[in-house]
Design a protein around this ligand. Structure first.
Ligand code: S3P
Length: 441
């Protein structure tokens, strides 16, 4: 079991790149496998989660190769998966498992999905219930892996009203709907990240999104689109960029720039929140790449004040609450995070793990089922440190506490850090490259 200690660092400086976006990387492989021909992918995130998706697709018969610095995927068009008794191990990856369940549900195949200890505890009914409506047959109990799905070659077109805003639920249903003869519609309470819609549109699918009178969102896909084979460039991941950015904000005398980051409106809730809290953050060199907006993000040390993050912003920063909580310890006043129950169903219960870890550091936190509050010590407040955190197979919990350790008096040691490779390979090297003092133990 590997561990990393994070130690007080004098200042952080420099430009850096962080790996390709995890959500877009999964989708590039999956949607690429449905395109009419070969595509090349540049800057694919080569993390354990994304490689689990690539391996699962290879088991299903898709030809995927790594070239020098690119990947190629040989798409065989929609409706061309065959075979039975596949066994797909998605490791730690909720996105990989849930999106591929949609692909299998809309294909003439059956497959059993398995995963690691963390993934096997995560809720799957949110996916299996709507997929059953398309005609897919789900074996056994339907909320936890292992789950066996027998798909249908021509799934029924469905209209599904989702009780939660989840891009994984939405994408899974849309992927099943690709091989359906009619229109597939999903309605979600607030708009979750729309990378699936953007990529399908980029490849030529007809897909519309509009807001209803009750402020929920309706997404409709026309079945059996011709998906062109176009090459993709994956922008840097705004969730991974949040670690050096927040570290620069909380560490004195720091200035850090992260290059080519995806700034899709539905992913940048953290950055908006930090700016509201007084952070000095700048987006420059804005441009578009394969239907996604990107920019370079620069952040400097800043004095933060607490804020209330409304529920309406939750979907656009769902993976960033752990790192926001670390920033909140350095703010004056309280930071209240509302409407965040979904955090309880991530790789770990992130509300519980953040609060437990911060309490060990002497930070006051309060939680309810769907909210979390962190009482900051102020920008100059002293946090002693000298604690150990177990990652519990949660990469974002591990990286968040390592970032906070850069400003505590004594080190923070995070145990079981291999999980960081599920989203951010070379995290330690990248952070140390801008002046962080992280040491492998
Ligand atoms: C993801 C969606 C989010 C996010 C996850 C990646 C995706 O999950 O937490 O890390 O790529 O679709 P939910 O949509 O379930 O909230």
């Amino acid at each position: 079991m590997n561990s990393i200690s994070s130690n007080k660092s004098s200042y952080l400086t420099g430009n850096l790149s962080v790996p390709g976006d995890k959500s877009i990387s999964h989708r590039s492989l999956i949607i690429g496998s449905l395109a009419n021909g070969r595509i090349e992918i540049n800057n694919l995130l080569e993390s354990e989660d994304v490689m689990a998706t690539a391996d699962a697709l290879k088991i299903l018969g898709v030809k995927i190769n790594k070239l020098n610095d690119k990947w190629e995927v040989f798409g065989s068009g929609i409706g061309n998966f065959h075979g039975s008794n596949y066994r797909l191990n998605l490791g730690n990856s909720g996105t990989g498992a849930r999106l591929l369940m949609g692909l299998v549900a809309g294909s003439d195949i059956d497959a059993t999905f398995i995963g690691d200890e963390s993934l096997s505890k995560r809720p799957m009914k949110r996916i299996t219930e709507p997929l059953k409506k398309t005609g897919a047959i789900i074996d056994g109990q339907t909320n936890n892996l292992p789950i066996k799905i027998k798909g249908s070659k021509i799934p029924l077109p469905i209209e599904y009203q989702s009780p939660i805003s989840s891009a994984q639920v939405k994408s899974s249903i849309l992927l099943a709907g690709l091989s359906s003869l009619g229109k597939t519609t999903i309605i979600e309470p607030s708009l979750s990240r729309d990378h699936t819609e953007r990529m399908l549109k980029f490849f030529g699918a007809n897909i519309t999104t509009y807001q209803l009178d009750d402020l929920s969102w309706k997404i409709t896909l026309d079945g059996i689109p011709e998906l062109k084979s176009l090459d993709l460039n994956i922008p840097a991941d705004p969730s991974s960029a949040s670690f050096p950015i927040v570290s620069a904000i909380i560490t004195p005398n720091s200035k850090v720039k992260v290059m080519n980051v995806c700034i899709n409106e539905l992913r940048i809730g953290l950055y908006k929140t930090l700016i509201e809290m007084g952070a000095n953050i700048e987006f420059t060199n804005k441009r578009e790449m394969n239907g996604e907006l990107i920019a370079d993000i620069t952040a400097c040390s800043s004095d933060l004040k607490g804020t209330t993050v409304p529920k309406s912003r939750a979907a656009s920063m769902i993976d960033e609450y752990p790192i926001l909580s670390m920033a909140a310890t350095r703010a004056s006043g309280e930071t209240v995070m509302e409407g965040v129950e979904e955090l309880r169903y991530k790789e770990t219960d992130r509300i519980k793990n953040v609060c437990n870890g911060l309490q060990k550091l002497g930070i006051e936190t309060y939680e309810t089922t769907d909210s979390m509050t962190v009482k900051g010590k102020g920008p100059k407040g002293i946090i002693y440190g000298n604690i150990e955190i177990n990652s519990n197979l949660d990469h974002r919990i591990a990286m968040s506490f390592l970032c906070l350790g850069l400003v505590t008096e004594k080190s923070i040691i995070v145990r079981d850090t291999d999980t960081i490779n599920s989203s951010f390979p070379f995290f330690m090297d990248k952070m140390n490259g801008i002046g962080a003092k992280l040491n492998q133990m």
